[in-house]
Design a protein around this ligand. Structure first.
Ligand code: GLA
Ligand code: ZN
Length: 711
């Protein structure tokens, strides 16, 4: 249902535009800092993220706190009508702390302890580090709780990694005791520890996975990853406690890293008031922008879904180049604006950068910034940033508007850990994430809104649930999927589904397990893995219900399935399993469950999802003909709809808007007829809510220039 969510902080009910700002690096040069507020205003920036790595400036010696510079910074922001996204500094600590308390230093899987340096490398269990972070956070919150500039708390920075020190080992064992109800036999069984005589006879024998110790007990590996997530969440809660006490109404976020594999972000989401993430796609890598644009949209869709659908924050992106990528390419003219608008189009209420002012030295001196070493507003990048700011000011009406997704695609962290850990299939190349991305892309190309969810999310509000390679079924998932299809939902699953339970024990009695065999009407007997140079061919059956046609190429994995009640829509052409089913459809309850037994080409996925979209009647953001490389999204507050039309081509594109009465949200002018989009151009159309999408849409397939018309 369309609705308007409250602004991230009602204190400033506008789209946020800002960036990481490190005055602590310029305290010796006040003349530089004095210029910054003027530049911020010129850049149409309304927030600054301050203090992210400022611990050494805030507490130069143990117990001696220096808040003068931060007082001045926040006062300056407030005096200029700007707001602060105020960070807690735990992402990096002062040298005195590592020197005096070595336990704060992280221990690697090989059990060596790191030296001081870098960042994001603290022990997540150390009582000293927890005490020190809680103390500095308490002081920050106490001091700034009533400051007019305080808008959002930015807790730490990009939590990540793991620590294998003795304190963490003890915490891990305690976590396991709780998980297995103090029953070591239950743990041994759950991990199948009798294999290679790995049975534990005492809890103290259990160690975290290590290249110099145990790394083949997959149940252990997956439980360790779960522990690392829980322990990091616990670390975060220790950080947020003083903030909640002093500033109960100031929203809290921490900047996530997309699909960073090390932490299950769904466990963080429930403790955050706003979800935020840092987006660094390799724009302009390769000829086509489609794959990168689609993947970036997928990550935005994930962050929106993590917040239960409410607007998220794009906490970081670069205004120009990213200095840590293998090739540090400049964003081409227009791409900065387009990528900023893309975030808002998918549900962000902010566009924020790393970084506002470029540092003069050290690691990130060549990373893109709003203010360059030049130090003025007279350069290309500054101009493009200011243009984004002007655009965002015109889109005030979008604040809080929702995205109504009828489709969910499952990307599940625990499943990823299990797929990464297993031995089998194609070593080092199982491609779980890219498979999910491939299934998401045709939906994105059709301008169908999609939530990216995990196995813990309620499915009942969706019409279509896509769950590629759902190897590990977490408790309750099979049952939820069964009820979803029974009640009329449509599900798509693929090869390598329902193989193991949550501790990586294989289901006995035929796959997909845990009852899904009946839902999909197939028995998945074996999986053939293909060498890179090999492929099989999937041949569509005449008159199949999805209108699949011709031959599709299958690579990497071909499951040998038996139809047990499902209709066969396509079969393999080659090898000893020629003529065996390759794509099936099963009517189950009031719904449909499709099984795609092999990893098929992009044309197949385009055909599959176009047909399903038509059958299920999925809403699209724009009822118009969309040329290749142009997509649309829709945000609605129930009264007004905002349709973002984006051209990811470096060539102009034309879009026929159809008959709907739109206004150009940026100019307020009526907008009808053909829309001309510049290379990397976009437009935002406004219309009253609940206009039905046109019944006809042309969608292009990924790899062929041909267009097909969906009725
Ligand atoms: C991350 C960090 C920032 C900065 C940027 C550079 O997202 O959070 O501090 O290092 O990368 O791209
Ligand atoms: Zn540790």
């Amino acid at each position: 249902m369309s609705r308007r969510y409250p602004p991230i902080n009602p204190k400033f009910p506008h789209l946020l535009h800002g960036g990481d700002y490190n005055p602590d690096q310029w305290l010796h040069a006040p003349e530089v800092l004095e210029k910054d507020m003027r530049l911020a205003k010129l850049a149409k920036v309304n927030t600054m993220t301050v203090g992210v790595f400022a611990w050494a400036a805030l507490e130069p010696e143990e117990g001696r706190f220096e808040f003068g510079w931060l007082d001045q910074t926040l006062d300056r922001l407030a005096d200029s009508g700007l707001y602060a996204v105020l960070a807690t500094p735990s992402g990096a600590r002062p040298a005195w702390m590592s020197q005096k308390y070595p336990e704060v230093l992280r221990v690697r899987p090989d059990r060596g302890r790191n030296l001081h340096g870098m960042r994001h490398n603290h022990c997540i269990t150390s009582p000293v580090y927890r005490e020190k972070t809680a103390l500095i956070n308490d002081k920050l919150a106490e001091r700034y709780k009533d400051h007019p500039a305080l808008l959002v708390w930015h807790v730490s920075n990009e939590y990540g990694g793991e620590c294998h020190c003795e304190l963490c080992q003890q915490a891990f064992r305690a976590w396991l005791k709780e998980r297995y109800n103090n029953d070591l036999d239950a743990l041994n069984r759950a991990w199948w520890a009798s294999f290679w005589a790995h049975t534990f006879s005492d809890w103290s024998q259990i160690e975290s996975p290590s290249p110099v110790g145990e790394d083949r007990l997959h149940g252990l590996t997956i439980d360790w990853m779960r522990f690392v997530t829980d322990q990091t969440v616990d670390f975060m809660l220790n950080e947020t406690k003083p903030l909640r006490t002093h500033t109960p109404t100031t929203p809290i976020t921490t900047n996530l890293m997309g699909t960073y594999p090390g932490l299950n972000y769904w466990k963080f989401a429930e403790h955050l008031d706003a979800i935020s993430w840092d987006s660094y796609p390799s724009w302009h890598k390769g000829k086509s922008h489609m794959a990168i644009s689609a993947a970036t949209s997928f990550h935005h869709d994930l962050n929106r879904a993590l917040g239960g659908g409410k607007p998220f924050m794009l906490m970081e992106m670069t205004p120009s180049l990213v200095n840590w990528q293998p090739v540090c390419k400049l964003k081409r003219p227009g791409m900065h604006q387009l990528s900023a608008v893309q975030a808002v189009a998918h549900g962000s209420d902010t566009v924020q950068y790393f970084q506002f002012r470029k540092s003069r030295g050290s690691s990130e001196k060549f990373h893109g910034a709003v203010v360059d070493h030049l130090g003025t507003e007279h350069n290309r990048v500054f101009g493009e940033v200011a243009e984004v700011g002007r655009t965002l000011e015109k889109l005030d009406g979008v604040v809080g508007a929702s995205t109504d997704a009828e489709v969910a695609i499952v990307y599940d962290w625990e499943n990823r850990w299990a797929i990464d850990a297993l031995e089998g299939l194609k070593k080092g190349d199982r491609k779980y994430l890219s498979t999910v991305l491939h299934h998401h892309r045709p939906l994105w190309e059709m301008s169908v809104a999609t939530d990216v969810i995990d196995q813990s999310v309620d499915l009942s509000k969706y019409k279509l649930v896509v769950a590629p390679m759902l190897y590990m079924l977490r408790p309750g998932m099979a049952e939820r999927l069964r009820r979803f299809v029974e009640a009329g939902g449509t599900a798509v699953a693929t090869y390598w589904t329902g193989i193991v339970n949550e501790t990586d024990l294989c289901y006995l009695g035929g796959w997909p397990g845990d009852g899904l065999r009946e839902v999909f009407g197939v028995w998945d007997e074996e999986t053939d893995t293909l060498y890179p140079e090999e492929h099989n061919t999937v041949v569509a059956r005449e008159g199949n219900e999805l209108d699949l046609h011709g031959e599709y190429v299958a690579r990497d994995y071909c499951a040998l399935i038996h139809a047990e009640g499902a209709d066969v829509l396509a079969t393999y052409r080659d090898d000893f399993y020629a003529d065996r089913p390759a794509v099936t459809a099963n009517a189950f309850g009031k719904g449909k469950a499709y099984y795609v037994a092999s990893r098929n080409d992009e044309r197949f996925l385009a055909d599959l999802y176009q047909a399903i979209a038509r059958k299920v009647g999925l809403k699209r953001a724009l009822g118009a003909t969309l040329p290749k490389g142009v997509t649309a999204t829709r945000r609605s507050d129930g009264e007004n709809d905002f349709v973002f039309v984006m051209n990811f081509n470096d060539a102009p594109a034309q879009v026929d808007r159809g008959d709907t009465a739109y206004r150009d949200a940026l100019t307020g002018e009526p907008a009808a007829g053909t829309l001309q989009l510049k290379p990397f151009g976009f437009t935002v159309l406004k219309t009253t809510a609940d206009k039905p999408a046109a019944s006809e849409l042309t969608i292009e397939t990924f790899d062929t220039p041909a267009t097909r018309t969906v009725k």
